[in-house]
Design a protein around this ligand. Structure first.
Ligand code: ATP
Length: 244
């Protein structure tokens, strides 16, 4: 479904060049659910932005269904490869309108739009009373759920999520992962560090560090406790470096 071949992203900051991603090559199969983990600054968000074509690679090539990204009109690609950022914006719209908006852009009949919005809100347990609210009247977790609804309503082939459960309580986070896990035809790549929640959801785990894909492991072979300790240690090390 998605393929990266030798992809690198380099940014120039002042007179220094920084490699944000280095020589990434992998394939994501149709319907596969991959969890992306790595320490802060590893390049996770950069990778997600790249897949949604918010940035372009400096080297290498990306393919969606074997077609080079550069050959696909951006609007068409973003209809099929949808990104839910960590801190989504509803652009001043009411919840109801924000979820319906991508379908309006596709010129679907209003009745179909209403039905799909209704069904999606029902699945994600978005209460009716939120519908009239704007983002200023929603918590971060509620905004994330609405952004996920706005993505799901498009029925994308690839869904990319940046820490979608970080502001949800454990029960809602587990429920959301259950819902996402039932989307059998949707390829999912998700950054998530709530490792306790991952085993029933993840099929594959990527470990990214310094912009390098250090591990690509089937979920059944992942040692979750080891992974948790490794991330924790790196976090403490970073903290100590920042405090120096
Ligand atoms: N446009 C840019 N120009 C220069 N440096 C950048 C740019 N975007 C990101 N960076 C740097 O690249 C590195 C990777 O950033 P990125 O946001 O992808 O990491 P991350 O793994 O998502 O981190 P976190 O878990 O903290 O969100 C960081 O050191 C960041 O400061």
């Amino acid at each position: 479904m998605l393929e990266l071949v030798g992809v690198g992203v380099r940014e120039t900051v002042g007179i220094t060049e920084i490699d944000l991603l280095r020589d990434l090559s992998f394939k994501l199969k149709a319907g596969e659910r991959t969890v992306l983990v790595g320490p802060s600054g590893a390049g996770k968000t950069t990778l997600l932005r790249l897949l949604n074509r918010l940035i372009s690679p400096t080297t290498g090539q990306l393919y969606f269904r074997q077609q080079a990204y550069s050959q696909i009109p951006v609007i068409e690609l973003r209809r099929q490869v949808v990104l839910v950022p960590q801190d989504p914006k509803l652009l001043g719209m009411r919840v109801q309108d924000a979820i319906a908006y991508p379908l309006q852009l596709q010129n679907l009949p209003p009745r179909d739009i209403d039905q799909r919005v209704q069904a999606c809100c029902h699945t994600l347990r978005i209460p009716n009373e939120w519908r009239e609210r704007t983002e200023l009247q929603l918590s971060q977790g509620q905004r994330q759920l609405v952004a996920i609804a706005r993505a799901l309503v498009m029925e994308p082939q690839v869904l990319i999520l940046d820490e979608p459960t970080s502001a949800l309580d454990f029960g809602l986070a587990s429920y959301l992962l259950q819902v996402l896990g039932q989307l059998e035809n949707t390829t999912i790549l998700m950054v998530n560090h709530q490792l306790d929640l991952m085993p029933p959801f993840a099929q594959r785990v990527f470990y990214l560090e310094n912009g390098i894909l250090q591990q690509d492991t089937p979920a059944h072979a992942v040692e979750w406790d080891y992974l948790r300790d490794r991330l924790h240690q790196q976090q403490e090390q970073q903290q100590a470096e920042w405090e120096m």
